[in-house]
Write a protein that binds this ligand. Structure first.
Ligand code: ATP
Length: 368
């Protein structure tokens, strides 16, 4: 495994979230090791959304869970709002969780079916206290209003609500403590298209209003394209390409991004493509993608390519970046409902991109 690309934060700049060289390895039976996240670095600023995309099993959720410290990193560092939170425990962790919240694919993960909506939203307020001296009841109504639900839903149980309404409640619960960072793990994946668009709309509106930073985990490139400022592509635990979302999808430089974009524009992956995904327990030596790569050369079998910054501000881990040309119509066919809004533009001159794009080797998104 290459260890020549441990990123450093750019001197003099700091982002709300800074993840450096994060690893989460799972020890399996018979001494085997599953490297779910294998040296990932990224940055997210207030008011910005970083989409984390990749096929199932690429390590997106594990990374998201580590970021909010619901899972224990094996190695690496997580800094949030200037504080190293990598090894925080118990009470300190509780304090930090007020400011970083996770929204799940299934709202049932955070909503108890036995509790009323109001009690579910009030629960974190009772644990952590109120951010601004309001009563819990006032705050519950305030966040219900923020997510576009009437106060009357307070007394309902989650089972009495639609999927879209439940996801709004999940969002309201996450927002109750006025977090600065939201980690949203496939929050619309179980919803119908109309509810999906409404939740996307709501996330964008809330992000603009509250200047939230967001890590948006999705396998849906259309969603990522629509919702995020920057995008990081994960493959077998590592980031293989990162950069501004629109450019990354218009002109993918890594053959894996190329595959995702062109497959997305063609429709669901053919079984042969899905079946050939190697296991993170025993990935191919050298570049992990080489067994599926149409442009692999000998070097790819022996050397994992470091994630390197390109002159255009992209970061790519490939020995032959940009060799594959995307057909001009491919990205045009990434489905996006026209009614979906664009992410809010940065209000001031962007202090960072979601992933720092400092010169090599100080890349903000990298693996080592
Ligand atoms: N607790 C665990 N123990 C062992 N392996 C795990 C554990 N959690 C996750 N994994 C493995 O880690 C790898 C990455 O999983 P993860 O859920 O993070 O991927 P993902 O990209 O989010 O996929 P999906 O979109 O399907 O959720 C997978 O191979 C998964 O089986």
């Amino acid at each position: 495994m290459s260890t020549n690309n441990t990123p450093q934060a750019t001197p003099g700049t700091s982002s709300l979230l800074e993840v450096d060289g994060l690893r989460r390895h799972f020890a399996l039976s018979r001494g085997r090791m599953l490297r779910a996240v294998d040296g990932v670095s990224l940055r997210i600023d207030s008011g910005r959304t970083l989409a984390l995309v990749g096929e199932s099993g690429s390590g997106k959720s594990t990374l998201g869970r580590c970021v909010v410290r619901m899972d224990e990193p094996t190695d690496g560092q997580i800094r949030f709002d200037g504080e190293d939170i990598t090894h925080l425990r118990h009470r300190d962790l509780r304090t930090i969780r007020q400011r970083m919240q996770m929204v799940f694919q299934s709202p049932y993960t955070s909503l108890s079916p036995r509790m009323s909506v109001g009690a579910s939203i009030a629960e974190p307020l009772q644990i952590h206290g109120l951010p601004d001296g309001l009563s819990p009841a006032d705050r519950v109504r305030e966040v219900l209003d923020m997510v576009g639900l009437p106060a009357s839903v307070e007394t309902r149980r989650p089972s009495q609500l639609s999927g879209g309404q439940r996801q709004r409640i999940g969002l309201a619960r996450a927002l109750a403590l006025s977090p600065k960072l939201l980690v949203a793990d496939e929050p619309t994946a179980s919803l119908d298209l109309t509810s999906q668009a409404q939740i996307v709309n709501l996330l964008l509106e809330l992000q603009g209003r509250l200047s939230l930073a967001m890590l948006f985990i999705t396998h849906d490139l259309g969603l990522a394209h629509h919702l995020s400022h920057e995008c990081a592509v994960m493959y077998l635990g590592r980031i293989v390409e990162a950069g501004p979302t629109v450019e990354l999808m218009r002109q993918p430089l890594h053959p894996y991004t190329h595959l995702l974009v062109s497959t997305r524009s063609r429709g669901p992956a053919a079984p042969s493509e899905a079946e050939s995904v190697p296991s993170p327990i025993n990935p191919p030596a050298g570049c992990h993608f080489r067994s599926r790569c149409p442009i692999a050369v000998d070097k790819c079998a022996t050397e994992y390519p470091p994630l390197q910054a390109t002159p255009s501000g992209r970061q790519v881990a490939c020995h032959r970046p940009g060799v594959l040309e995307l057909s001009g119509t491919a990205t045009a066919r990434i489905p996006q409902p026209e009614t979906w809004p664009r992410p809010p533009a940065a209000t001031a001159a962007p202090t960072t991109t979601a992933l720092t794009s400092s010169p090599i080797p100080s890349a903000g998104a990298s693996h080592d």
